[in-house]
Design a protein around this ligand. Structure first.
Ligand code: GMT
Length: 383
């Protein structure tokens, strides 16, 4: 099959959308496609060398007049130059704001030069469920989704929410997030486990950007309850606006000795390798990539039932789901999973479920979708 030249636009940070975009680009490059990342700094997971991978930094000049530097304009300009110079077949933008509207602008500019570039927008979650539907962005988000040549969402629930809150006239394709099981697998890290849990305590892990939507105070309260029943430790991985308050809560509850805040970590699979349980009580979660990463390392998940989480975490099989904020129910279910008689089965089923989202299963969905959209747009041009 003919290889493609694809421009990928994403947030280069630790967040799920950036991780998905970067891992997708890496996998596509491994298949022989030429991948051009267009971002404002090097994506955090763009950590390997491949002759088909390129990175173009968006340089945006500021000026004393600009209280807010116009990043979207600089991004659109960069897209124009990369599409033109590298002769791309497709632009794939991750997270609607502001990538979809910047891509629309780039597309319009390119058309004046006789270049027709198809644009695919992947919706990741908060671009729809939190930020996008706010009236300060909604008209632009609706417009740029409708003007994309292809739109994907990472779960059925996100697709449903998008249709519910926006006046969308185009078809949304659901392509779930994925995991590279070659990388994310349980490793032998006994020395680390011994250091964190010297008395063989149960090890509970939470990973997120510590934003309000993740409800990390619930994580602390659930752990506090679990710890009253069984010897246990909690690792909090990530950083963000709620961290200070969470640390304060640990002091108030007098459980600091059993909780470690590790900050942002690259090698999260190493920590997950020694974990017994993953907590994700989010208010909203379009997919829950962090939960999938945990499951790939054989860690069962106690989560809320928000958004797309029920499409990933299977009630009573890979863990449990509770209503958002139901700390008591999450505590009960955590204790059930952590019971030595139950844990091994939950671990096995978590891994089996993760295998359904292996990159080898999901990559062909993207490749087929790319070809479908390219074909459709080239036919539109002929008409
Ligand atoms: O979770 C976040 O707040 C980060 C956010 C992002 O855009 O990076 O994550 C969203 O996209 C991920 C990748 O598709 C999903 O796995 C997360 O569930 C989703 N987060 C929310 O919906 C809150």
């Amino acid at each position: 099959m003919e290889k493609l030249k694809i421009g990928i636009v994403c947030y280069p940070t630790f967040g799920g959308s950036g991780v998905v975009a970067t891992e997708l680009g890496k996998a596509l490059a491994t298949q022989g496609n030429e991948i051009h990342f267009i971002t404002y700094s090097q994506p955090s997971r763009l950590d390997f060398l491949n002759e088909n991978l390129f990175y173009h930094e968006v340089d945006f000049r500021t000026y004393p007049l600009f209280e807010y530097p116009p990043y979207e304009l600089a991004l659109a300009s960069k897209m124009v130059s990369v599409v033109t110079n590298e002769k791309l077949d497709l632009l794939h933008v991750h997270y609607a704001i502001p990538h979809a509207s910047a891509a629309y602008m780039a597309k319009q500019i390119l058309e004046t030069k006789g270049i027709r570039i198809p644009v695919i927008t992947t919706l990741h979650g908060t671009d729809i469920t939190l930020v996008g539907k706010d009236h300060s962005y909604e008209p632009v988000v609706t417009f740029s989704i409708n003007k994309s040549d292809g739109v994907t969402a990472v779960s059925e629930d996100l697709k449903r929410e998008t249709y519910e809150h926006f006046d969308i006239t185009s078809e949304i394709e659901v392509i779930p997030n994925f995991i590279d099981l070659q990388k994310f697998k349980k490793q032998k890290k006994d020395h680390f486990k011994k250091a964190i849990c010297p008395e063989d305590e149960s090890l509970i892990v939470h990973i997120s950007n510590f934003r309000k939507v993740k409800r990390i105070m619930d994580v602390i309260h659930i752990f506090h309850n679990i710890r009253k029943e069984i010897p246990s430790k909690l690792l909090m991985i990530g950083d963000g606006p709620e961290r200070t308050e969470a640390e304060e809560l640990c002091r108030t509850l007098d459980i600091c000795d059993d909780i470690r805040f590790l900050g942002k970590l690259e090698a999260i699979e190493e920590v997950l390798s020694v974990a017994d349980l993953f907590l994700l009580p989010s208010e909203k979660e379009s997919f829950g990539l962090a939960a999938l990463e945990a499951m790939a390392c054989e860690v069962p998940v106690i989560s809320s039932n928000a958004g797309g989480l029920p499409e990933l975490n299977l009630q009573g099989k890979t863990g449990f789901l509770s209503e958002v904020g139901d700390v008591e129910d999450m505590t009960r279910k955590s204790l059930f999973v952590l019971d030595k008689n139950n844990l091994p089965e939950f671990k096995k089923r978590a891994l089996l479920r993760a295998k359904e989202f292996d990159i080898t299963q999901i990559l062909p969905l993207y490749e087929n979708y790319y070809r479908k959209v390219i074909k459709k747009t080239s036919q539109e041009v002929e008409i």
